[in-house]
Design a binder for this molecule. Structure first.
Ligand code: PLP
Length: 407
């Protein structure tokens, strides 16, 4: 590469910062966790970005999450590994709002992403950077949608991929890995057991580990949900964001996005939103830690739920999630499987949205928080539909054959 002839910067990405100790590291090498064993946070020269680009400029660029290039890690003169992810619709949900008793409700519909879930956002960033920094193969543990997303983006990059899943991972999630040409390894146990197998075997396979928050860039991809949301609302935030939290990348990523937007002056300095983390009653380590006032979560034993994205008994980002919930004045709620399946149907049947069980849990959480008075009817609420319900054959089989007849 020759140096760019113009004075225009090709990157505003300056360094990595340890989320626990503040220690810094250069980013121009493949990085896993920090020396303290915690996630790295990518940092940018926000003052230079502010001087270089106006917030309205982003809307004029071609659609997709890479239009936020200045706030993403890839140098501006490089091509990302992309399948057209991001810029998902923010849909008004008036029928569901009326049923719940809310005045303003939006659904950010992530089911339209490549591979049918928002895992595409994280993987376009992680695979792009891994390829840019010289990775020769990729590996990931997955309980649901992450495996298929990695397999697709690895195929797009021309890199081999290894995906380790619990043997009871939803059938579609296992078969899509094979469809995209990756190596599928099925193990007894849960996703953290698969994570241990990945850690043990990655060196021998020569594969770079793209586990949630164990490399720095899936977070940056997921951050774009927050950028899109703030922009779509006319550069302001809703009162409440309701998010189904497993590994927590989306929640932590959006909190990071909003902090960066405030510092850039793209959002008012006092712009705030309350985060609600929703988990399944059969696997709710973050809800338990939040309720107990703990700074970190302990492993949830015997985790089970049909909402596979929430079947994460121990998350490496637990401290970051809990801090984001508390700093935002938010809360955490656990929902039982029959209830989240019922409200998956509510969302789909009232609004025509391809609702995942994880989004059903969010609808049920709003119901519960309205009843408790934690959410007011006048609050503007955004629910994330993080994936396509049609990928969950096991959940669809639970539906009564005439789940909801029109009134
Ligand atoms: C992975 C996943 C989640 C959890 O996402 P995190 O950002 O890791 O907390 C929620 N819903 C679906 C459909 C998922 O695939």
């Amino acid at each position: 590469m020759t140096a760019p002839s113009s004075a225009r910067a090709t990157s505003f990405f300056t360094h990595l910062e340890c989320s626990a100790t503040g220690e810094t590291a250069p980013w121009r090498a493949l990085q896993g966790l920090s020396p303290a064993g915690r996630p790295w946070l990518p940092r940018y020269d926000l003052a230079a970005i502010r001087a270089s680009v106006d917030r309205d400029a982003f809307a004029e660029r071609p659609r997709g999450l890479w239009r936020w290039a200045e706030l993403l890690p890839l140098p501006l003169d490089r091509q990302p590994v992309t399948l057209g992810e991001g810029d998902t619709p923010l849909l008004a949900a008036p029928r569901l709002a009326a049923e719940l008793g809310l005045e303003r409700l939006w659904i950010k519909d992530e089911s339209t992403n490549p591979t049918g879930s928002f895992k595409a956002r994280g993987m376009t960033a992680a695979v792009t950077m891994a390829a840019h920094l010289g990775a020769r193969a990729l590996i990931v543990p997955s309980a649901g949608n992450a495996g298929g997303a990695l397999a697709a983006y690895a195929a797009r990059a021309g890199l081999p991929a290894h995906v380790y899943v619990p043997s009871d991972t939803p059938e579609v999630n296992r078969r899509e890995v094979v469809l995209y040409g990756a190596r599928l390894v099925e193990l007894a146990g849960l996703i953290d057991d698969c994570g241990r197998a990945v850690a043990a075997e990655r060196a021998q396979l020569g594969a770079f580990d793209v586990s949630t928050l164990k490399e720095p860039y899936r977070l940056e991809g997921k951050k774009t949900m927050g950028l899109e949301l703030a922009e779509a609302l006319g550069w302001r935030l809703p009162d409440v964001i309701v998010y189904p939290a497993g590994g927590g990348t989306g929640l932590v990523g959006m909190a990071k996005a909003f902090a960066e937007l405030r510092e850039l002056g793209f959002l008012p300095a006092d712009a705030r939103t309350r985060f609600v983390a929703v988990q399944a009653a059969g696997c709710a380590p973050v809800v338990r830690a939040f309720t107990q006032g703990d700074a970190e979560a302990t492993r949830w034993e015997g985790a089970h739920t049909i909402a596979s994205g929430l079947r994460v008994p121990a998350a490496v980002g637990d401290r970051l999630m809990l801090a984001a919930l508390r700093e935002s004045g938010g809360t955490a709620v656990a929902i039982a499987d029959p209830t989240l399946i019922a409200d998956m149907v509510t969302l789909a049947a009232l609004e025509g949205i391809n609702a995942a069980p994880e989004a059903g849990a969010c609808v049920a959480a709003v119901r519960e928080l309205l009843a408790r008075g934690t959410i007011a009817p006048s609050d503007e609420v955004v629910i994330f539909n993080t994936g396509a319900g049609t990928k969950y054959l096991e959940a669809l089989r639970e539906l009564p054959s005439a789940a909801r007849q029109p009134a």
